[in-house]
Design a protein around this ligand. Structure first.
Ligand code: NAP
Ligand code: MG
Length: 405
């Protein structure tokens, strides 16, 4: 076996909760530490430690990614009322992902991991579709309330000097209802656009973008126009050279075209569209456990994670001493993504190559018929052997060792 790789710079390691926390430790032990002397800046975002630190650890982890530029994150619990009770929390801490996204002001790219024995539900999809989700504003940062009864709702803008410069009636209510005010910022939309154009160039894939600008003539139109101007002034020639295209269409037209497509492109979506469409696309490609996610900030920081959550149901079975067959692939790919990016930034070819080998060994293991339960049900063309998580990781390690020798 070749010598262990020594890393030149650290990746920010963000630990998490429940079943994925268990996977995290096992992946490090079986698939990383034997091959790489891991250099990490470690933050424990397990819920008890977030509570102990009044969630300061989450902000610290975000700041560390800004410093080191590459992070890898385990899935974490976003507390709800039930979790506040179960964990005796001081308060209902915010989603760590939202906190880190706010610090990095990034765009989230979600890409399915394809294996040849799992066919997408959409038969004509041959290549992955990456969803680029704008991760700032709109309904996720809206002011809203229930309207108690009759009255007028207005949209008012007061400029920085204190002068009211805009007032428009939203609705003259005759009775109770609901009201919401959303916003976005040109700066955030522009950095979203840059992140998408750069990512598409990096991947050498077409970029699609969709909004509802025919209905939303100021709000969505702004997204459309900013993308168009940035494309024409800064990316058009690079796209032409790379042989890729930028394509804008209405969101409903985009949905229809995506279904009829062969895949193999990046689909940029507004925040809500990206939230919804990424779950649809990942499910149609096979399984949420086969979806990676990377947050890319405008200043070039990268945070890799699995798209799924902490797999609570499996964790409770694990706590009862039962064997689980939880799929570690997306978490492995979060690590390989982070190590590859670290290798690229540091000019460390050995590390980049290890990331490639780890991914190849993982996919080959599945394609040889050894897999976790979630995939066995989707698998076609071979008889799958269902392994528990630990045995599946050992099978991947055996493949890695064969490649290594
Ligand atoms: P989840 O953890 O993604 O799990 C939902 C279901 O999907 C599981 O019960 C399991 O189905 C299946 N699944 C997901 N990942 C799998 C894997 N790796 N292997 C096998 N099956 C897998 O979502 P959730 O139950 O809605 O959320 C649980 C917790 O995760 C919540 O506290 C939530 O706040 C948190 N969460 C965190 C993140 C994040 O940190 N990025 C994202 C989403 C949710 P079966 O039980 O049918 O096998
Ligand atoms: Mg969602």
């Amino acid at each position: 076996m070749s010598e262990k790789i020594i890393m030149k710079n650290p990746v920010v390691e963000i630990d998490g909760d429940e079943m994925t926390r268990i996977l995290w430790a096992e992946i490090k032990k079986e698939l990383l530490s034997p091959y790489v002397t891991l250099l990490t800046d470690y933050y424990d975002l397990g819920l008890p430690h977030r509570d102990e630190t009044d969630d300061k650890v989450t902000a610290d982890a975000g700041a560390a990614i800004k410093k080191h530029r590459v992070g890898v994150k385990c899935a974490t619990i976003t507390p709800n009322e039930q979790r506040v009770e179960d964990y005796h929390l001081k308060q209902m801490w915010k989603s760590p992902n939202a906190t880190i996204r706010a610090i990095l002001d990034g765009t989230v790219f979600r890409e399915p991991i394809l294996v040849n024995c799992v066919r997408p539900a959409v038969r004509n999809w041959e290549r992955p579709i990456t969803i680029a989700r704008h991760a700032y504003g709109d309904v996720y940062k809206a002011a809203e309330y229930r309207v108690p009864g009759a009255g007028r709702a207005e949209l008012v803008f007061t400029d920085a000097g204190g002068t009211e410069t805009w007032r428009e009636t939203v609705c003259d209510f005759e009775g109770p209802g609901v009201l919401q005010g959303m916003h976005n910022k040109d700066d955030s939309i522009k950095s979203f656009a840059h992140a998408c154009f750069r990512f598409a160039l990096d991947k050498k894939q077409d970029l699609w973008f969709s909004t509802k600008d025919t209905i939303s003539k100021q709000y969505d139109q702004t997204f459309k126009n900013l993308f168009q101007v940035i494309y024409e002034t800064e990316y058009k020639s690079a796209f032409e050279q790379a042989g890729i295209t930028y394509f804008y269409t209405l969101i409903d037209d985009a949905v229809a075209r995506v279904i009829r497509s062969e895949g193999g492109f990046v689909w940029a979506c507004k925040n809500y569209d990206g939230d919804v469409m990424s779950d649809m696309v990942s499910t149609a490609f096979g399984s949420l456990a086969m979806m990676t996610s990377v947050l890319v900030s405008p200043d070039g920081c990268f945070e890799y994670e699995a798209a799924h959550g902490t797999v609570t149901r499996h964790y409770y079975r694990h706590l009862k001493g039962e064997e689980t067959s939880t799929n570690p692939i997306a978490t492995i790919f979060a690590w390989s993504g982070a190590l590859r990016k670290r290798g690229e930034l540091d000019g460390d070819e050995a590390l980049t190559r290890f990331a490639d080998r780890l991914e190849a060994a993982s996919l080959q293991t599945i394609e040889s018929g050894l897999m976790t339960r979630d995939l066995a049900g989707l698998c076609e063309g071979l008889t799958p052997t269902i392994l528990n998580t630990a045995d599946f990781l050992r099978a991947i390690r055996a493949r890695l060792d064969t490649q290594n020798s």
